[in-house]
Design a protein around this ligand. Structure first.
Ligand SMILES: C[S@@+](CC[C@H](N)C(=O)[O-])C[C@H]1O[C@@H](n2cnc3c(N)ncnc32)[C@H](O)[C@@H]1O
Length: 295
């Protein structure tokens, strides 16, 4: 095979990926080269300018990406907020919209700390790679973080990502997890599966590589698992506790009604970075305003 320069190879890869429908073709072409060379995207561009060679294995990696294997499965890394998380087959690749959900959690925890709550307690329902739990543990080290995941393979990825973080990780069902924490949590957060059974993700990366257990929420509206997450939040939160959950844009109204129906107050939508309603939050009434609340 005729050898190519790095610059030529990256231009070829960009074209191949664009033809395969990859939206971020140039970025992916650079990141795949960077993965092989142990360089950042900017460093790859700089090396290309000075005429470095194409790294071994590049064409093969680009061919896999052209078959729409997720970039993160090929590099083994998903960048999420301040962390680089290990990901691969068997686990949901964390998405940028979930970073906004984490921000809502971090803001609430910092508020609690400012009010004098010593070590606020957070539960992440359906933790997947551990993205939310690991970020919260990293950004609010005073928080006590607990996470639950049903899938064995996702649980293994989460264990790797939460190693050394002091967060508690259990394998189990979000419907019943953490009975010992009932009424003792300051924040419950979830990015549950929420796609309706009949709807299929448009992007092949999600459709063919994210686990079905991570995508489909159950029921015609996809809201069976989100409803279960709300019920668990009611069970786990202390009076005045905060709940935030990600969902599809079209589900914003339904999720707000579910939260209101479950007794949450101050139910508020949160937008992702492109302005779409992708999360809803609410507060469990405090004991003074609701006699049914647990102590
Ligand atoms: C959409 S993914 C989100 C993963 C991660 N929280 C994130 O934001 O990247 C939903 C996760 O919930 C898990 N899950 C599905 N049903 C569950 C259940 N009944 N109990 C606990 N976890 C569940 C899936 O395996 C998957 O990891």
């Amino acid at each position: 095979m005729v050898s190519r320069s790095l610059g030529q190879a990256v231009r070829w890869a960009e074209q191949v990926l664009a033809e395969a429908g990859v939206e971020s073709a140039r970025t992916d072409a650079l990141l795949l080269a960077g993965h092989l060379l142990g360089l950042s995207r900017g460093e790859v561009e700089a090396r290309a300018v000075i005429g470095a060679d194409e790294p071994a294995g590049y064409a093969e990696l680009v061919a896999q990406r052209a078959r729409r294997v997720p970039l993160q499965h090929l590099t083994g890394v998903a960048h999420f907020r301040y962390l680089s998380l290990a990901v691969g087959p068997g686990v949901f690749v964390p998405r940028p919209e979930t970073e906004v959900v984490v921000q809502a959690v971090v803001d609430e925890l910092r508020r609690r700390l400012a009010e004098g709550v010593h070590r606020p307690r957070v539960v992440d329902l359906g933790t997947g790679s551990g993205a939310i739990a690991a970020s919260v543990a990293h950004e609010v080290p005073q928080a006590r973080v607990h996470a639950v995941e049903l899938s064995g393979s996702a649980h293994a990825w989460a264990a790797e990502n939460l190693r050394g973080s002091r967060a508690e990780l259990v394998r189990g069902d979000l419907r019943t997890a953490f009975p010992e924490l009932a009424g003792r949590c300051d924040v419950v957060v979830s990015n549950p599966p929420y796609i309706p059974a009949g709807a299929v993700p448009r992007e092949p990366e999600a459709r063919e590589h994210d686990p079905a257990l991570a995508l489909y929420g159950g029921g015609e509206d996809g809201l069976e698992l989100p409803r279960a997450a709300v019920a668990s939040a009611v069970r786990l939160l202390r009076p005045g506790g905060y709940f935030v959950m990600e969902h599809a844009e079209v589900q914003a109204g339904a999720v707000a009604r579910i939260l209101t129906g479950a007794g949450f107050t101050g139910v508020t939508g949160h937008q992702d970075l492109t302005g779409r309603d992708r999360a809803t939050a609410g507060r469990r009434p405090d004991a003074a305003t609701d006699g049914r609340m647990s102590p």
